[in-house]
Design a protein around this ligand. Structure first.
Ligand code: AKG
Ligand code: MN
Length: 223
């Protein structure tokens, strides 16, 4: 049975150990297949063009990209020009289990963190539909995840995210500020897994998937 969920804030739920070792292995194989079709690219900051420290790819009808022209979702890979491959099936199954009332996700952003990579405090707000949560799944090295409130200046807290952990950010926390302070060393019992992980994830690297609903689903009009 998966361990109990922890409510970090209203709508911000941490599911430690949601994916057991077999599920992590299956998800890693699915992500390897995704990355073979859509190789990681290095996103750049809007305007300045400064490269991110995180490498990215996507699955699904839409993918999140960033470059001098700004943040956006688009249907094709910025370098290959090809459509994104499908969202990993295990990630879709986890969405159905943890976000049963939401419309299906349209984007699965894959973040690859080298040991010195980080992601600054931000909101996920490029989606037209904010009624669905964002679902995050982690593989590889652990990380320090920081979260706060709806204003950048609100107080923040942090937790350690382990491989196999899921986070659901929805409801009143859908627009909560969050980020990754740093990548951490694996605990002894998970060291072997992070050091001999799938070839797309070198030792000490972390992979995070975020599933997002991007467009507002059509709502049938009542008579
Ligand atoms: O890597 C993580 O856990 C968070 C990723 C994230 O916030 C994002 O991709 O917007
Ligand atoms: Mn985010």
């Amino acid at each position: 049975m998966s361990p109990a969920a922890i409510v970090l804030a209203p709508g911000l739920i941490h599911h430690p150990g949601r994916l057991d070792a077999a599920a992590r292995e299956r998800l890693a194989a699915e992500v390897a297949e995704l990355l073979a079709a859509a190789p990681p690219f290095i996103p750049r900051m809007p305007r300045t063009g400064k490269p991110f420290s995180v490498r990215m790819s996507n699955g699904g009808p839409l993918g999140w990209v960033s470059d001098e022209a700004g943040y956006r979702y688009q249907a094709t890979h910025p370098e290959t020009g090809r459509p994104w491959p499908p969202i990993p099936p295990l990630a879709l199954e986890t969405w159905a289990a943890l976000a049963p009332d939401a419309a299906p996700p349209e984007a699965c952003l894959v973040n690859l963190y080298a040991p010195d990579a980080r992601m600054g405090l931000h909101q996920d707000r490029d989606e037209a539909d904010l009624s669905a949560p964002v679902l995050s799944l982690s593989l590889g090295a652990p990380a320090r995840f920081r979260y706060g409130g709806l204003s950048r200046s609100d107080p923040t807290r942090s937790i350690r995210l382990e491989p196999g952990d899921a986070i659901v950010m929805g409801g009143p926390s859908r627009l909560a500020f969050h980020g990754i302070d740093r990548i951490l060393a694996a605990a002894p019992d998970l060291l072997a897994e992070t050091e001999s992980g799938p070839p797309f994830l070198p030792a000490g690297w972390r992979c995070n998937l975020t599933l997002r609903r991007v467009t507002a689903p059509c709502v049938p009009r009542s008579a």
